[in-house]
Each structure stands twice: as structure tokens, then as C-alpha cells.
Design a protein around this ligand. Structure first.
Ligand code: ADE
Length: 310
């Protein structure tokens, strides 16, 4: 898989490319990356990439010409020229926005996708990372300032993606997040143990469809629950012992403990995920014992110490 990143801060990515899983994947040729400096596609003395917004208001907007030129330099034609007529695009957009829209309409498709990183985008989840995995090329356009001239989005971008409900000062961190999350799913990057981890409860995110509002039924591995807590040596640290059950070698007990911990952690930190998680009757019983009220509002605020795993 090849990533291409358009940014006004090309240096931003050098540290990111030189560490950990991404570095290894690049070194082993499992993914490749090219960063394009947006300023190279300007033609004035000041290498201007932004301008004041039409209609007034705060901040500056990334101008359309350098962005379009940068995209074209990567061989990215406008969507209409990429074989999709504007009618098809309009129909696709309608379908996506309609009640029965599926979040993984791109699942399994190969080729190139152009993604605009912006706070106004659709939320990036584990399911999105899996959708991008079969692609040959992912082009990541980093927005800056107040945003990007919307015509670049309409003409060239296949999807607008946000990594969370907060406003960053630019799309660079978001592009790194997307590249990291996708890269670690590329076969061979993490090895077998990690890919099977995602399926250890028999459900892959891409096998879980969207609900009627288009919200993915699962955003994480392990059937839509958060991961269980992990421990390593020493068995005792600053007076806290690692859970006994993990030391006794009884794999059935360990599996049960981990499932309970997943349920506990999800209830504590992301109760919203439980609405769409794959839950057995036993899971439900356990959750009710932990104070879950299905469909009901969970207690607001910080959980009491008592509900935390000791
Ligand atoms: N640019 C600014 N905020 C962003 C966000 N939350 N996600 C992606 N790109 C962004």
C-alpha cells in the first residue's frame, strides 16, 4: 500500500516515519510513502498557500490552486474524470446519506482514494482503517488554518475524515493517525499474533455492518468491546499484584477473566459501544451485575473507585 501526503509541513512526518511499526513497515517495503510540500505548487514570491475567506470571518483558507496542482502532480484527476460521472457521484452521495447507507461501501475495493483530513469529516474508526486496507493508494490531504476551499473537496476528494470530535490546528496529526492505524493492519506488519487478536472473538469489524443510522455496529476489534487490561513482570509492582488468575496457566479461566475485564472497561469508558457490541447471554448477565442498564443512560461523570478493577 502506498500513502501520499500533501501538507505545508513536510518535515512534520520525519519523526513519525522513523519510529516503531511504521518505520519497520516502510523499511520492509510493506508500505511506501511520499510527502508533497504544498508550497512547491505555488507560483508567487511568498509561496502563498492561503487566502482570506469569501464572506468574511476569522482565519485563512487554503487556496484551491496549489492543492489541485499538488493532486494533479500525483496523477490524481478530478473525480468526474476518474470514470465517475457527476450523476453517479450524486447518486452515491445520496445513497451514503440515506437512512440505509452503509459505512463500508468501499470495503474490498482496490485502487486509489483521496481523503481530506478535516474536523468536519466522518469519524475515523477501526472499521474505516479496515476499509482502506485493500486500497493500492491512499492520498491524504492535510487541511490547515480555517479549512480548505470546498471546491477541492468536491472536485477531488472521495471522503472527508475526522479523527475525533475536537479541532486540531491541521490535518497532519490526523494523517499520521490514519497511516498508523492502516499500516498496522497490513499483512506481515505485526505478524500473526496481532491479526488473530482482532479476530479472537470471531468477529471482524468489517463483518459488522452499519445500523440503520449508518453508525458502525463495531468500532474496535474483539466484537466491538474495548481491550482487556494487560500485565507483565514483575508480578508485584509498588505494592500492586498482577491478577492471580493470569499467573496460574488455566487458559479457560484467563479467557473468562479477560472477557469480564473487557466488559467492565467498556462499561466504564465507552458504554455507548455496548449498544452495538456482540454480547452473549453470559456477557449481558455480567454487565447487569456491573450496573449496566441496557438502552438506559449510564451514570454520568467519573466512575466511583468501587467500580474499577482492583
Ligand atoms: N483537522 C482539524 N481537526 C481535525 C480532526 N479532528 N480530524 C482530522 N483533521 C482535522
Amino acid at each position: 500500500m502506498r500513502f501520499e501526503i500533501i501538507t505545508i509541513f513536510p518535515e512534520f512526518f520525519s519523526g513519525f516515519f522513523e519510529h516503531g511499526v511504521v518505520r519497520r513497515a516502510l523499511k520492509d517495503g510493506l508500505v511506501s510513502v511520499e510527502v508533497r510540500d504544498l508550497r512547491e505548487f505555488t507560483h508567487d514570491r511568498h509561496r502563498t498557500v492561503d487566502d482570506r475567506p469569501f464572506g468574511g470571518g476569522e482565519g485563512m483558507v487554503l487556496k484551491p490552486e496549489p492543492l489541485a496542482e499538488a493532486l494533479e502532480s500525483l496523477g490524481i484527476a478530478a473525480k468526474a474524470e476518474r470514470g465517475l460521472s457527476s450523476l453517479t457521484l450524486a447518486l452515491e452521495k445520496n445513497r451514503e446519506e440515506g437512512a440505509s447507507g452503509s459505512v463500508d461501501k468501499d470495503a474490498g475495493q482496490t485502487g486509489t482514494r483521496v481523503i481530506l483530513l478535516s474536523a468536519q469529516g466522518r469519524r475515523f474508526t477501526q472499521a474505516t482503517a479496515r476499509e482502506l486496507l485493500p486500497l493500492e493508494r491512499v492520498v491524504l490531504v492535510c487541511g490547515r488554518y480555517e479549512g480548505v476551499d470546498e471546491r477541492v473537496n468536491s472536485l477531488y476528494c472521495d471522503r472527508e475524515v475526522s479523527i475525533g470530535d475536537y479541532v486540531l490546528s491541521g490535518g497532519e496529526l490526523a494523517a499520521a493517525v490514519v497511516m498508523d492505524a492502516v499500516t498496522r493492519l497490513v499483512p506481515g506488519v505485526l505478524g500473526n499474533e496481532a491479526s488473530s487478536e482482532f479476530e479472537s472473538f470471531g468477529v471482524k469489524d468489517t463483518e459488522i455492518s452499519a445500523d440503520e443510522t449508518g453508525v458502525p455496529r463495531s468500532q474496535h476489534g474483539s466484537g466491538g468491546l474495548l481491550d482487556y487490561p494487560h500485565f507483565t513482570r514483575p508480578a508485584e509492582f509498588k505494592g500492586l499484584a498482577a491478577p492471580e488468575v493470569l499467573l496460574n496457566g488455566d487458559h479457560q479461566q484467563i479467557r473468562r477473566w479477560r472477557r469480564e475485564q473487557q466488559l467492565r472497561k467498556t462499561l466504564e469508558n465507552r458504554p455507548d459501544l455496548l449498544e452495538h457490541a456482540q454480547l452473549s447471554d453470559e456477557d449481558r448477565r455480567m454487565l447487569v451485575d456491573l450496573g449496566w442498564r441496557p438502552g438506559g443512560r449510564q451514570p454520568a461523570g467519573w466512575p466511583s473507585r468501587g467500580r474499577r478493577q482492583g
